[in-house]
Design a protein around this ligand. Sequence first.
Ligand SMILES: Nc1ncnc2c1ncn2[C@@H]1O[C@H](COP(=O)(O)OP(=O)(O)OP(=O)(O)O)[C@@H](O)[C@H]1O
Ligand SMILES: [Mg+2]
Length: 561
Amino acid sequence: MTDLARLMLDHCPELMLLVNPSSLQIELANASAHSALGYPPGQLQGLTVTDVETDLQDLFYWQDAQAGQCRPVVDQEAQYRNIRGELLPVRKSVVVITTGEQPMLLVRATPSESEHVAEEALAQTLSQLSATLESTGNGILVLDWHGKVNSMNRMFGQMWEIPQDYLNSQDDGRILNFITGKIEESEPLRQQLDAVVHSEETRGLLHHHDGRVFEVGSRPQFLYEQIVGRVFSFQDITERTLAEKALRDSRDFLEERVLERTADLNAVNEKLKHEKELQGIFIQKLEEAQNQLLQSERMASIGQLAAGVAHEINNPVGFVNSNLGSLQSYVNDLFKLITAYEQTQPTLPDALKRQVKQVEEAIDLRFLRDDVPNLLKESIDGLQRVTRIVQDLKNFSHVDEAERQWADIEAGLESTLRVVWNELKYKAEVVKAYAGIPQIECFPFQLNQVFMNLLVNASHAIESHGTITIRTGLDDALVWIEIQDTGKGIKPEHLGRIFEPFFTTKPVGKGTGLGLSLAYGIIQKHHGSIEVQSEVGQGTTFKVTLPLKQPDPVVNPEHAP
Ligand SMILES: Nc1ncnc2c1ncn2[C@@H]1O[C@H](COP(=O)(O)OP(=O)(O)OP(=O)(O)O)[C@@H](O)[C@H]1O
Ligand SMILES: [Mg+2]
């Protein structure tokens, strides 16, 4: 054999054995046979083929061959024993070579183990794959790159309810038309199914006409970085969608309830707040009413006291007054007599003259002459003041009644202003804001007295210079008059006492403390009210409120028939 032939033989991957059928000896074996069976080069020559081929069928074959029945063998499974006695699965063929008188048998074998293992692994993988495909809860559709259905699992057929005859017919177009015709999103799904070689992954929702909702995802299928198809996975998420919707609905419902409840609570809160405010106002009114009641009770008892005192003082003052009048004229007469006696003095005897002189000096007749009229005048003045006070007290306690009449209050204010103008003009600028109120039924002179007292007080409260504002107004059946000053204000602890008779903060001899009590009495008599608001350092406002018309005529007990 040439070297080239030998080289060719040794580079052939198949195991090659040339066997003499009569002796069953291996005449020639190539390098692949030596290396596959673990023999050193050349060691196979001389061995019998049955040292290598030990399967029963091979033993029978070689027996037949030795007996002259040389048969070719095509691609048969066999097992070769290697030098260590291990078995190597192979696929073998035998060719009968007849060159001379003696045929020779050429055995060619290929180790079948790797092929076999790969096939088995492939089969196993395929079976795992298909089991996986079937066991997934999703419907799987695989399209090849022509858009033809490559495979689909059972779940796909079930979830789309594809009729069995469609499946049997294996008409891809019919199946795909069937599924796209069942959903609202026919066109988008159709486009996705057509775009098989698109490299993007897709995800979306499909709404089945029967109300179910499918989630569809698709991704390209690669083979060696080449897109060979596309896998679509469909999942029925109807229950999840329904549950989510139910959850959303109940959340919305709850939110609505919470909003409603919050609104209810807010309304209740508002109501409570309002009620609390009303309560506060009510309590304040109650306190005011109680204070007014206390005040009017106190004023009523003070009024009674004042009336009693006035009455008691009135009589003695009356007779002291008339006695003083008489006394003044008697004293004048006595002085006249003394003057007459004095004129007769020169005619008196000296002793008598001296006696008279002594008496004159002892009693200081000259001083008496000067002082007695003064004393009498002062006493009469003092008594007049007492009379005025008694009159004020009487007014305060409604002792005197004059005729009631309809009068213009603003005109009354004007005339009062004229009377007190001398008092006010250096102290304050007077601002008038008359509303033009109608006439009211009243005792106008007494009301003027009230206004006068308020104006004088306002002026006294202003220390250097300020403003006195006079306002009037009409509220339903009531008129009101406000006298406001920018004076020193009233201390809170005095506010409750200013209407008491004889309450004054003025120095002794400056104020009697009867001005406001008189005003109070007069306003009471008119069925009106007098209120005060004051802030120390800022000023004071007195507000007098009077009814337009007096209720039934007041009958004064003193004037009663
Ligand atoms: N406008 C006012 N501003 C500040 N204090 C006032 C005002 N009006 C009254 N008062 C206070 O009220 C007290 C009582 O006032 P009321 O007019 O009754 O008496 P009076 O002014 O003191 O004396 P009179 O009998 O001479 O009026 C006053 O002494 C004064 O303290
Ligand atoms: Mg006064």
